[in-house]
Design a protein around this ligand. Structure first.
Ligand code: ZN
Ligand code: ZN
Length: 332
């Protein structure tokens, strides 16, 4: 029998279609990019060492000539920091100037690097860059929300081979973020507890959807995961803002993410994926009800009309089976 499941934190429903269930090992990536087939250096790539445009640079780690991670302005930004934040009302319509930040995080000096095949410390450095830039962007009083994310592969929206992630600073809080905030606030009011802390406790007790349990963070497939291998990585310590997370939690989440990317690479065949750091909006003080975490979404199923029309997903896999499959993949 198929089943409708609801995520207790987001309140979103999903159809778990076990009647047409696929075994996790039968899922094949929609597209695979094999960066290891690329050269380690490309003379035409603006992110390769030697081609750096220093006037675009916002941050480099370490601050030496031989950098590991660089943050630069996107040459084709969705939003730009210059100018004033102006709201315009035109009859029933309203608009706002596209003020904001659009950073590119160059994750490695190597053109063909892939996180899953590099040391975990390199992904920790990327998260350090995310955090430092999030703090800097949040100091701009016009900014309401900061999103750190990565697109890996063309199905996930990536258009350049050199490994990079992105950071976007927004002058608004997106509607979906507001809705999620409202749900966790309501849960806190009703129970006096953080929804994500509660869910994490339950998952760690139960264990069947856990993939990696680290010292500072745990990765699991949510009970109502909306796609196969949709994974949450939750820091054990309750903190609302990613930008203020302590170094152990930040590094702990990045290290578990590294393990997950290795498992996906080996077990699912280097699928295209997105990961996103979900955090509190900038101007929420320190809400007890918000808990930052990371979502990983491998691209193994396509979105179709139903997903668009119902804003709801059909997951052809059982979260418990997918978690067991990924647990069994050696990530060392
Ligand atoms: Zn390059
Ligand atoms: Zn919490």
């Amino acid at each position: 029998m198929n089943e409708l499941r609801q995520n207790m934190v987001t309140k979103r429903w999903v159809i778990i279609a076990t009647e047409r269930a696929k075994r996790p090992s039968e899922l094949t990536p929609l597209s695979t990019t094999d960066p290891t087939a690329l050269p380690a250096y490309d003379a035409d790539c603006p992110f390769c060492p030697g081609n750096e445009e220093l006037d675009l640079e916002r941050l480099r780690l370490p601050k030496a000539r031989n950098w590991q991670v660089r943050v630069v302005d996107n040459l084709y930004p969705a939003l730009q920091p210059d100018g004033e934040s102006v709201y315009t009302f035109d009859g029933i319509y309203r608009s706002s100037s596209a003020i904001g930040y659009h950073d590119i995080v160059v994750e490695s000096p190597l053109h063909n690097a892939i996180s899953a095949l590099r040391p975990a410390a390199e992904l920790v450095e990327v998260f350090t860059a995310f955090q430092q830039r999030s703090r800097a962007i949040a100091q701009d009083v016009r900014m309401e929300h900061v999103v750190c994310f990565k697109n890996h592969g063309s199905m996930a929206g990536s258009s350049m081979h050199h490994p990079h992630a992105q950071i976007i600073g927004l002058p608004i809080v997106p509607t979906d973020i507001r809705a999620r905030l409202e749900e966790v606030r309501r849960y806190y009011e009703n129970t006096g507890a953080c929804g994500l802390c509660t869910m994490l406790d339950r998952e760690r007790e139960d264990g069947k959807r856990i993939i990696i349990e680290g010292e500072h963070a745990t990765a699991f497939i949510p009970y109502a995961a909306f796609s196969p291998f949709h994974i949450w990585i939750v820091p054990h310590r309750h903190q609302a803002h990613f930008r203020y997370a302590d170094p152990e939690s930040c590094a702990g989440v990045a290290t578990v993410l590294h393990g997950i990317l290795r498992k996906l690479y080996k077990g699912v065949g280097n699928p295209d994926f997105n990961y996103v750091v979900r955090t509190s909006p900038v101007k929420e003080a320190h809400p007890e009800y918000v808990h930052w975490y990371v979502t990983v979404v491998p691209r193994v199923t396509r979105l179709a009309g139903f997903e668009l029309g119902a804003d709801m997903f059909i997951n052809p896999t059982l979260p418990e089976e997918s978690a067991a499959f990924l647990r069994s993949i050696d990530s060392t």
